[in-house]
Design a protein around this ligand. Structure first.
Ligand code: NAD
Ligand code: UGA
Length: 478
C-alpha cells in the first residue's frame, strides 16, 4: 500500500500533477521537493496569486490540500527516505555542450535524482519517471540504484522498481488534462509496482484509459506523441503560407480536412510557430536517438519539423518588414502576447522571443503586453533591460528599445503612436480590441498583424488600419 509519495521537482509538471494526486487520493501524503528555495517559497505563499505557476484552477486545489496531504519543501533527503513511491519530475533540457549538444537530452538532473534516491531511500521504493526521457533511460536509473546496493549485505539492502509514467498535460489546461486525461501510460515490468501506481490513478481515471506497456514503449510513446503534435502544427503552418499566396483560407482548409475522421479537427490552428519547453527539445531528442541507432532518414524526417518551425517564425518578421516599407528603424511596434500560448505565464521557446529579437535587430522599438508574463521574465528573455523612468511617450520611444506594458489590462494608451501591432499569443482580450478607438491613437498608416487569427476582422477594417492575417490569401477568388 502506498502511503507516502515524494515528487522531486516542483516545476510545471511536479506542482500541478501532485496537487491533483493529493486532491484525488486524500489518504496518501504527497510531498513535493525542489532544490530551488525561491520556487518552494512561492508554492507556500499565502497569497495564492503568487504561486510560481499560473494554471487555471490550480490555486483552488492548492488551497484545499496544502498543509493537509500536500506539502512543498526543500527537504529532499528526508522526503526521499520516507517515501514508498518517488516521482522524478525534474527538467530534461537539450544538452548545450559535449556529445549530442543541441539534440540529446541533458540527463544530469535525472542522474542526480537517481543518486540521491540510491543514498537516502529506505526499504522498497517504486521510482517513477515522470520527466520526459530518452528511450532506455530506465536502464541508467536502474544501474545507479542497483550499484549503490551491491556493497551492502542482504539484510541492509534496499530494493527498487522502476516505472515510466510520462505526463501528457498541456500548459494552460493542465488541471483539466490531469483530471480528465485521454489516457494514463504506465510502463514497467513488475506487476506489483505497475498495479500500485494503477491503483492511485484508478481513484479518478476510468480503468480502460490506463494503459500498461513495457518501459521502453512508454518512454518512446511520450517522445512520439509530442513529435506527432508538433508535426501537425508545422504541417498546417506550411499550408498557411501556401494559402496566403494562392488565395485560399487556411481556416477553410483546416475545417475541410479536419472533418476527415482519420485526420481529426484538433491541433490545426495556425500560428507564429510552436513554442513551449518540450516540442523542440523532444523532437531533437528523437532525431538524436534515430541517428544514434543508425537511422539518418528517420532523423531527417523529424528534424524538418523543427526547421519548418524556425522558418515560420522568421517568415513573420520578413512580412512585417516588407509591409512597413522595408525598414523598421525607430518604428514603434506593439507586441500583444509574449507567452508561448494563452493561459500560461511560460515563455520557454515562445515564438515571441525570437520574433521580438528579430524586430529589435531591425532597429524597432517595442512595447510589449502580456497579461501574465512578468517584466523580469521579458528582461531575461530579451537580454537588454529597458531604460525606465520615462513618462511621456514621445520621450520614451527615443530612449527605450523595448518596454513591458505593466498593466495587466490592455488600455487604449498602449497604442499611442504605434506604427504596427502584432498579435503573437491568442489571449482572449486581444480578440475584443476596439480597433475603431485605438486606430486614432496610432500613427498612420497603421498596421495590424494577426499571427493567430483571433483579431476581429470587421473592426480592424472599419477602423481604416491596414491588416495582415496569417494563412488568408489576398488573391481574389471567383
Ligand atoms: P521545470 O524546469 O519547470 O521544473 C523542474 C524542477 O526540478 C525545477 O524547479 C528544478 O529546480 C528541479 N530540480 C532539478 N534537479 C533537481 C534535484 N536534483 N532535486 C530537486 N529538484 C530538482 O520543468 P517542467 O516543465 O516541470 O518539466 C519537467 C519534466 O516534465 C521535463 O522532462 C519535461 O519534458 C516534462 N514535461 C513537461 C511538461 C510541461 O508542460 N512543462 C509536460 C509534460 C512533460
Ligand atoms: C504539449 C503537449 O500538448 C502535451 O501533451 C505535452 O504533455 C507537453 O507539450 C509537454 O510534453 O511539455 P504544451 O507545450 O503545454 O503541451 O502546449 P500545446 O497546447 O501542445 O502547444 C504547443 C505549441 O503549439 C504552442 O506554442 C501553441 O501555440 C502551438 N499550437 C498548438 C499551434 O500553433 N497550433 C495548434 O493547433 C496547437
Amino acid at each position: 500500500m502506498i502511503k507516502k509519495v515524494c515528487c522531486i521537482g516542483a516545476g510545471y509538471v511536479g506542482g500541478p500533477t501532485m496537487s491533483v494526486f493529493a486532491d484525488k487520493c486524500k489518504d496518501i501524503s504527497f510531498n513535493v521537493v525542489d532544490v530551488n528555495p525561491d520556487r518552494i517559497a512561492a508554492w507556500n505563499s499565502k497569497d495564492l496569486s503568487k504561486l510560481p505557476i499560473f494554471e487555471p484552477g490550480l490555486d483552488e486545489i492548492v488551497k484545499r490540500r496544502r498543509g493537509k496531504n500536500l506539502t512543498f519543501s526543500t527537504e529532499v533527503h528526508k522526503c526521499i527516505s520516507e517515501a514508498d513511491m518517488i516521482f522524478i519530475s525534474v527538467n530534461t533540457p537539450t544538452k548545450t555542450s559535449g556529445i549530442g549538444a543541441g539534440q540529446a537530452s541533458d540527463l544530469k538532473w535525472v542522474e542526480s535524482c537517481a543518486r540521491q534516491i540510491s543514498e537516502y531511500a529506505k526499504g522498497h521504493t517504486i521510482v517513477v519517471e515522470k520527466s520526459t526521457l530518452p528511450v532506455r533511460t530506465g536502464e541508467v536509473i536502474k544501474a545507479i540504484l542497483e550499484s549503490s546496493q551491491s556493497s551492502l549485505n542482504s539484510k541492509n539492502k534496499n530494493t527498487f522498481d522502476i516505472l515510466s509514467n510520462p505526463e501528457f498535460l498541456a500548459e494552460g489546461t493542465a488541471i483539466n488534462d490531469l483530471e480528465n486525461p485521454d489516457r494514463v501510460l504506465i510502463g514497467g515490468s513488475n506487476e506489483n509496482a505497475i498495479n500500485a501506481l494503477h491503483d492511485l490513478y484508478k481513484k479518478w481515471v476510468n480503468e480502460d484509459k490506463i494503459i500498461h506497456t513495457n518501459l521502453w514503449s512508454s518512454e518512446l510513446a511520450k517522445l512520439t506523441a509530442n513529435a506527432f503534435l508538433a508535426q501537425r502544427v508545422s504541417s498546417i503552418n506550411s499550408i498557411s503560407a501556401l494559402c496566403e499566396v494562392t488565395g485560399a483560407d487556411v481556416r477553410e482548409v483546416s475545417r475541410a480536412i479536419g472533418k476527415d475522421s482519420r485526420i481529426g479537427s484538433k491541433f490545426l490552428n495556425v500560428g507564429p510557430g510552436f513554442g513551449g519547453s518540450c516540442f523542440k527539445k523532444d523532437i531533437l531528442n528523437l532525431v538524436y536517438l534515430a541517428n544514434h541507432f543508425g537511422l539518418p532518414q528517420v532523423a531527417d524526417f523529424w528534424e524538418s519539423v523543427v526547421h519548418l518551425n524556425s522558418w515560420n517564425q522568421n517568415r513573420l518578421t520578413n512580412i512585417i518588414l516588407e509591409k512597413l516599407f522595408g525598414t523598421l528603424t525607430e518604428k514603434k511596434i506593439g507586441i500583444l502576447g509574449f507567452s508561448f500560448k494563452a493561459n500560461t505565464n511560460d515563455t520557454r521557446e515562445s515564438p515571441a522571443v525570437q520574433i521580438c529579437k528579430n524586430l529589435l535587430n531591425e532597429g524597432a522599438y517595442l512595447k510589449i503586453h502580456d497579461p501574465k508574463v512578468s517584466k523580469e521574465q521579458i528582461d531575461l528573455d530579451l537580454g537588454t533591460p529597458p531604460i525606465e523612468d520615462l513618462k511621456k511617450n514621445e520621450v520614451l520611444v527615443k530612449k527605450y528599445k523595448y518596454k513591458k506594458w505593466e498593466n495587466s489590462l490592455l488600455e487604449n494608451d498602449f497604442f499611442e503612436n504605434l506604427d504596427a501591432v502584432i498579435v503573437l499569443t491568442e489571449w482572449e482580450i486581444y480578440s475584443k480590441i476596439e480597433w475603431e478607438k485605438v486606430s486614432k491613437k496610432m500613427r498612420s498608416p497603421g498596421w495590424v498583424f494577426d499571427s493567430r487569427l483571433i483579431v476581429d476582422e470587421e473592426r480592424v477594417k472599419s477602423s481604416g488600419l491596414s491588416f495582415w492575417r496569417v494563412g488568408v490569401g489576398t488573391v481574389r477568388r471567383n
